[in-house]
Design a binder for this molecule. Structure first.
Ligand SMILES: Nc1ncnc2c1ncn2[C@@H]1O[C@H](COP(=O)(O)OP(=O)(O)OP(=O)(O)O)[C@@H](O)[C@H]1O
Length: 323
């Protein structure tokens, strides 16, 4: 479990998962999660995130490959793994006639050494809803109840499948704070999410899945650094693109125009922006609609989807940063 001085509490090696009808949802993926980090699995719809997490949770065996959670096979050594992990599924499926407190008490009865139900309800901000029936909760409040139940057993490893889906902006931020606090307290968290902002804000490292494969792994900063930064502006009146200083000498790797709007791509943002602004100052022109920005996770994500649809994202193009 030790690798580069890091203890890996989750290790996935060449995992494949093929469903009954022969559909391969996960096509040989590998990644590892270090103790005490938040690791996000991102991906397009149907990328295989839930299919992967279900294997990690011990709910399904791999078709091939190996998975280790806390050093054990979560499926065949379930008794060793389950008490040390917390699972928040996409659909909790609790009896909707019970109240929130009854649900938490019932669940606590199934967990050895459970925290007091009132404590976990307070952690997720549901203490005022203790007497409300589950069926009367909003979608976001149900997600919080799902999270509260996952926390009952003081888990060392927490699996969160789309933990903030259905939450409003405030609820999402509160969940992020709670998950960060759990991580700071030593809990290892693996989460799946559709929200790129969530991964950018929360994840120490992430993997982007597409069509059953991991296309990119790394820290959010590493993943975004792989994408070019962008500068766009309106060409000053009377100027053509050819009047700009030589773009290659400014570190620009590509450009396109849309009417009078020019868009530059560069991996050397400061150099390119400085070159452009010095040119504008010397020419005494104003660059209207100037926009200078680093790549976001969204651009990296869209880049992968575009590459894949152009048929270039295969297992051999997987980019991996610090293991
Ligand atoms: N029981 C099943 N039988 C056959 N195919 C399945 C089954 N469950 C999932 N799939 C298929 O496997 C693929 C991966 O699904 P999965 O739910 O793992 O993706 P996901 O990344 O979690 O997607 P989403 O973000 O939409 O939840 C999808 O094409 C899905 O239709």
């Amino acid at each position: 479990m030790e690798n580069n001085g890091h203890e890996h509490v989750i290790e996935v090696t060449d995992l494949r998962r093929v469903y009954g009808g022969g559909f391969e949802a996960v096509s040989g993926i590998s990644f590892s999660v270090r103790r005490g980090e938040i690791f996000a699995l991102l991906g397009t719809n149907g990328a295989g995130k839930t299919s992967t997490v279900e294997v990690l949770e011990g709910l399904a065996p791999p078709t091939s490959g190996t998975v280790r959670v806390l050093g054990h096979d979560p499926c065949t050594e379930r008794a060793a793994v389950r008490p040390r992990t917390g699972v928040m599924l996409q659909e909790g499926g609790f009896p909707s006639e019970l109240t929130v407190a009854e649900t938490a008490r019932m669940w606590a009865g199934c967990v050895s050494g459970a925290r007091p139900p009132s404590e976990v309800l307070a952690l997720v901000g549901l203490e005022s809803k203790a007497g409300v029936r589950v069926k009367q909760l909003s979608g976001g409040q149900r997600r919080r109840l799902d999270l509260a139940l996952a926390l009952l057993g003081h888990p060392e490893v927490l699996f969160l499948d789309e933990p903030t889906t259905g939450l409003d902006v405030e609820g999402r931020r509160e969940t992020w704070e709670l998950v960060s606090a759990l991580r700071d307290g030593g809990t290892t968290v693996l989460l799946t999410t559709h929200y790129l902002e969530e991964a950018e804000n929360l994840a120490d490292r992430l993997a982007i899945m597409h069509e059953g494969r991991v296309a990119l792994t790394g820290t959010p900063a590493e993943v975004t650094a792989s994408e070019p930064s962008r500068i766009s502006f309106e060409l000053p009146d009377g100027y053509l693109v050819g009047d700009l200083p030589p773009l290659g000498e400014m570190g620009v790797t590509g450009h396109e125009t849309d009417g009078r709007i020019v868009r530059l791509r560069t991996h050397e943002l400061q150099r390119a922006a400085t070159g452009l602004l010095l040119w504008a100052e010397r020419a005494r022109v104003e660059l209207r609609r100037l926009d200078v920005r680093s790549a976001s996770l969204e651009e990296a994500f869209l880049g992968i989807a575009e590459e894949a649809s152009a048929g270039r994202a295969t297992a051999t193009t997987t980019k991996e940063y610090a293991a």
